[in-house]
Structures are given as structure tokens and as C-alpha cells.
Design a protein around this ligand. Structure first.
Ligand SMILES: [Zn+2]
Length: 141
């Protein structure tokens, strides 16, 4: 499966997004939530793909707010926001921030605005379990 590779600014966290979808067919989107209004991420996901976060010891910082149903993952050293992860009925899932991780071919695409603020927690969890990318988090030396 082709892999889009990126990292945070300092390199302590690396991000790999594996997907069989052709690059020109991958949709990217923005989110209107109060966190994303400030951090301006551009997201993508592929329920048939795989996203891997590889981080040095202590390099992952996570943040929760609102429903506290997802963790927003940043680099503890350089502060770059890399994506969100959540445990779903289908296992750990993620949306990757292609702008923060600088997945170059994807970061240049035009993003579609999305707004999920009106969802209840149950609807949100079901959507993430269905649409977000299977994810793994690994510590590296
Ligand atoms: Zn960093």
C-alpha cells in the first residue's frame, strides 16, 4: 500500500498514512470546532488504510475537550498538531492532520469545510468508527 510520510517540525513524531486511494482522489477537509478554529488543521482519513504515529519517548502530548471522546495529538517538543485519535467499536481510529504532519501531496489539496458541532456523542462515535483510519501508535528510540 502506498504510504504518505510526514513528521512534526522537530522530527520527534513521525506520521505515516498508508492508503490505496489515488492521491488525486483523496479528499481533505477542515473542521469548524473550537480547537480547529485555532489550529487550522486539514484532515483526511481512509477506513481501509492505516495511520502510524512513531514518537520518541515522551514526545506525544494529547489533549481532550468537549465530549472528551477524541485525543488531539501534538508533539511535546515543537508543539505541532498532528491528528486526532479515538478508541472506537472498530479499534483505535485516527484522522491525520496533513497540514501539520506536512504530507506534502495532500497538504496542497483544496479542503472541504465540515462542521460536526451538532452531533451527539453516539452519532460522533459511530461516524468515527466507520470513516476514520485504523491507527497505531509506536514508541521509537
Ligand atoms: Zn516535534
Amino acid at each position: 500500500m502506498p504510504v504518505h510520510k510526514g513528521r512534526c517540525h522537530c522530527g520527534d513524531v513521525r506520521v505515516e498514512f498508508a492508503t490505496d486511494t489515488d492521491t488525486d482522489r483523496i479528499a481533505v477537509r477542515t473542521c469548524g470546532c473550537t480547537f480547529c478554529q485555532r489550529t487550522r488543521p486539514v484532515y483526511t482519513s481512509d477506513p481501509n488504510g492505516l495511520v502510524t504515529y512513531r514518537h520518541k519517548p515522551g514526545a506525544l502530548r494529547t489533549y481532550r475537550f468537549g465530549h472528551e471522546s477524541a485525543e488531539f495529538v501534538s508533539c511535546a517538543r515543537c508543539g505541532v498538531y498532528l491528528g486526532a485519535v479515538t478508541e472506537t467499536s472498530n479499534g483505535l481510529r485516527s484522522v491525520v492532520n496533513v497540514a501539520g504532519a506536512l504530507l506534502k501531496e495532500l497538504a496542497e489539496k483544496t479542503a472541504t469545510p465540515m462542521d460536526f458541532d451538532d452531533e451527539d456523542a453516539e452519532t460522533r462515535n459511530a461516524r468515527r468508527a466507520k470513516n476514520w483510519t485504523p491507527a497505531q501508535i509506536e514508541e521509537i528510540a
